[in-house]
Write a new protein. Sequence first.
Length: 276
Amino acid sequence: MFFILCFYFLCVSSFQHSRLVLLPGYGCCKKDYRDFIKNGEKLGVSVDVVPIERWEWLKTTRAMFGLNYWKYQCEPYEMFDWYLQKSKKTLFDSVAKNNGKPIILCGHSAGGWLARTLMNDGTIYDSTNKTNTCISSLITLGTPNKVSLYKENTRGCLRYVNTRFPDCFLQNQGIQYVSVGSSVKMIHMKETVTLKDHMIKQSYQSILGHTSENIVSGDGIIPLSHSFLEDSIQITLPDVYHFQYKSKKCYWDEKVMKIWLENLMKLPPSSVGNNI
């Protein structure tokens, strides 16, 4: 028991005084991540969630009045400028709370590729601030980092990000990348029986497009194969679901958070947003 307690406190102490900014997933709002904040505190990580309201996602429909929307050629600012401006403010406020030192950036679901948009080309989106002076590392949780369809749900925004800022685009500037996915839901693509499995299949297909694979695994929303960034630390979780629901594990359960934080802490100390 003594050694178990020592190991626990050693792990927790390695996270102490870290600061993290979380970008919510599509359709989500700040209150959906209350347990993320609580579990972060237990592990010694201060979490600042971008204060998105659920109704604000309706703002993405403004892009419908532009031709790019219908041509699937939207750039992120056309649909998500409102989200990115809020994220930028939260980021700058969090860095200030961290004594001016870089923080850990984390994105759940669509928040992961929107985080890459915020990181931009080496200067923070719509600013002159250098990205690596604000952000030490990026963690994506259940993010569709890849998409195989041309006519995909982001109307071209994700394709734009993957073309302009592919994979670990700013790794050569000292920013570390961790991408996390799950294999909890395995679906037979040609033999779905239940309505629930059919819905999961539709979600996977919205990212994969036509696939010759008979069986596809993922977190129930995002297929595992499209969750990872090339050259990042890639973590596959066997029992984690995309969203928090009843007793099912999600990406920010305390034990799950500990797994991806521990992997991040294995990286060089200079890459971790720590204000010690």
